[in-house]
Design a protein around this ligand. Sequence first.
Ligand code: SF4
Length: 299
Amino acid sequence: MATMVETPSTGQAPKPAAQKKKLVRRIDRDYSQQLRHLFQGVFLVLNLYLGMVFYFWVRQFEGPAHRIANRPPGVEGWLPIAGMMNFKYWVLTGNIPPVHPAAMFLLVTFVTIAFLFRKAFCSWLCPVGTLSEMLAALGRKLFRKNLVITKWLDIPLRGLKYLLLGFFVWAVSSMSAHALGAFMHSPYGVITDVKMLNFFRHLNQTGFIVIGILVLGSVLVQNFWCRYLCPYGALLGFASLLSPLRIRRTPSACIDCGKCNKACPANLPVDKLVTIKSMTRCWCRLPTPFRIPCPVMRR
Ligand code: SF4
């Protein structure tokens, strides 16, 4: 392990030996952020590719267009509510749902990732999270920093995503297996994915305004959508709470430099906590070595 031990020279009378903390500086290079950005880039490109193939697949039913043989099942990753409905249908009947089955498998995969690696899906894979980070970086370029919303407003706003999640969970949980099957096979249920695509293809004025507000909010406030509004992130947050993994700070080794606080995109008071349990989107939600830039952290 490449570490270096330094003893600071302050010119003051030395403290009693018991209170002294050794300054241990990490000098081995940390590539976790580069690796994270690589994963984010690959998944962003993959999602753009899936969206493009799906677009051409839809176009071939609208008139003469280039023939695309298969519809890419991966687009169902964008249908988390269908995934929840299918999951409940599968639990109640034991049958794999025939409509949008990939939505269920992808949802279960992402929840399992949240259980195993906490918010790693948000930080490493989610294309919306990647775009959100890009917009926040643009905001820092334009205005030198992102806004930090004051606590009295931040806390109630963070509750919005749980309200949205609660609404969807309530709606799905109140449906019987028969109702779920009927919805799945209804014309709307069968083409939910096409409806979603068409929402973006034919954005109306309200859609433009809503997306404009979200983009502007993400430029000004880091993780605006993820922090306040994303019900998917809220669901993964609950799964991550059950995870046996935790980020733990070792107070005896901490030199109170506050670098973890500055690096934390979720604005958590990391240097005041011993165990970090927050459900907020965070890019250090993985076990060693994928962690925050702590200068005394040993690997
Ligand atoms: S909070 Fe939602 S949008 Fe943000 S990264 Fe997580 S799943 Fe994606």
